[in-house]
Design a protein around this ligand. Structure first.
Ligand code: MN
Length: 180
């Protein structure tokens, strides 16, 4: 099990991965999305978080989770993941490369959650492409995006026994940074 605590004057985020249980951020929709990501991504994730503003809480949770996943994804992972998830009228595709190339492409109908996806991708050192194929209900579109990300990262983080790169390396080892 690994832990990460990130504390600033704006937020305090505590994460546990591997044997974690319980997600409590004080924001019901963020909790709902993190529970979804953990379930679809096969992450035993615990989150205890709080902050001054919803924007800071969502952004800093994404940063902390990205840093923890960067440290806890094996260099010999399958690296790529892809999923297309329907949720009623919404249909969202996520394509993921966990090979140490931080990049985000895509639009979500929520600035806060587009920011979450970008912060998570950059801090996890993933390439993430999100494509909203269709959808009218913002809740459905964002939730389908979290489900698709979870399924994609479940594939990408799976141990594959060898480094999947023509360069022979996907990244060097990363330390989990200190809070701040
Ligand atoms: Mn829902």
């Amino acid at each position: 099990m690994s832990r990460l605590t990130r504390e600033t004057r704006e937020t305090r985020i505590q994460l546990e991965l591997g044997a974690g249980d319980g997600i409590e951020t004080g924001d019901a929709f963020l909790d709902h999305m993190l529970v979804t990501l953990a379930r679809y991504g096969d992450l035993s994730l615990a989150v205890a978080a709080g902050g001054d503003l919803r924007h800071h809480l969502i952004e800093d949770t994404a940063i902390a989770l990205g840093e923890l996943l960067a440290a806890e994804t094996p260099a010999t992972c399958a690296r790529y993941g892809h999923a297309v998830v329907p949720m009623d009228e919404a249909l969202v595709e996520v394509t993921l490369d966990a090979g140490g190339r931080p990049h985000f492409e895509g639009r979500l109908p929520s600035g806060l959650y587009e920011h979450f996806f970008r912060s998570l991708a950059l801090h996890a050192r993933w390439t993430v492409h999100v494509r909203v194929i269709r959808g009218r209900d913002r809740h459905h579109v964002v939730e389908a995006a979290f489900k698709a990300l979870g399924l994609a990262l479940r594939q990408a983080r799976r141990e594959d026994g060898a480094v999947f790169s023509t360069k022979g390396a996907v990244r060097t080892e990363w330390e989990v940074p200190d809070a701040g």
